[in-house]
Design a protein around this ligand. Sequence first.
Ligand code: COA
Length: 392
Amino acid sequence: MDMKLVLEACGKALPEQIIDNDWFAARLDTSDEWIRQRTGIRERRLAIDIAGPGTVAPNSSQSGIARPDGKIPIDGTQVANLALDAARRCLKNFRELNPTDSVYHTTISAAGSDAAFAENSDKNTATASEVAKAVDVATVATSLSVAERIKYVLVATMSAEQRMPNIASQLIEPLGLNPNVLAFDINAACTGFVYSLETASALLKTQPPDSLALVIGAERLSSLLDFSDRSTAVLFGDGAAATLWSVEPGPKDIFISGTETAPLLLYTDADQHIRMEGRAVFRYATSTLPRVLQELAEVGELETDAIDYFLLHQANSRIIDSISSRLNLPAERFPQNLALCGNTSAASLPLLLADLWSDGTLSRTGQQNLNICLAAFGAGMSYGSVLMRRNS
Ligand code: COA
């Protein structure tokens, strides 16, 4: 039976500190006009303190993760904290939409005793509705809470402060998840979220039907920026977004991805600063993505015109506009949020999903009734894409 991914909930977390283009214009040979025209970016959220790179800003996050010494890090803006905040919001949103989940622990005892009552009652005298009610309640009692249903926690990131432990493992206990969970980080730069989704899709299909995967994109790119380099510093932002997925019977999702070895186009240097051949990366994106999107449509036996939304990595609005023109499709099908958050690498697509979820464009049923493409490109060079087709 073919299975498809179903988006159950989203949540996002952004550092409080907003840095507009004028901040860069006051320090570098650049301007608000240049940045807007060449990239579409107006502002971004940065976790690093504008008082001086290398220090950290206070963050909205109160969710410090305890270190082995029991201390909460002063810096509430580390990648793990951003990921945790986003995941908490995602699970909260899921529980609001699924109230039986949040009352699971109180329901189970009542349900257990009702079900036991039905079992012990005189079957000859119990009415059909009494039996049906007991079965209903017992069904609630046997359903698992979201925390127990999550089998996978995947964090797409390239900016974790520590090599180990990975970010994903740091989320299990604070989120109250069942420790029988496979949790790991995926580094495929800006393509990381799509690769994580492809991984989650394959893994979920091996699990019982009510299983869930928490797929997060989280980045603190400000710690990888050379603030004296105008060609990169103005482009990136920090943030995290979490998405919760199940699989259900439906038209099979189509993933198309690729990787080539091109370590000098987009990379971090010996000082861990992002360096990039901007024009070459631009060409890579504008030549690769239209081809891949056409291919997705062909494999999915759809016209590109039948695809409702193309959610593209939010790197540069000129790249996105160029792709919508190449496909001859209206810009409204290519939602953008990069004006307010810049390029957040692996967090870019889940942040866009979270925005579309909160403005009502996407919902659990909405996503199942739309044809949606997600596509990203990034260092490697790599690209990843998926076509999720509507239920017929
Ligand atoms: N402000 C003002 N001028 C800038 C500038 C800035 N922030 N950054 C670069 N420039 C200058 C360049 O130095 C160059 O000057 P020169 O002509 O005197 O040499 C000029 O602008 C044009 O540079 P170019 O690189 O051709 O600009 P561009 O139109 O290609 O825009 C990027 C630069 C980086 C915005 C664009 O190439 C781009 O978006 N590339 C893809 C980046 C990307 O997506 N990266 C993430 C991948 S996941």
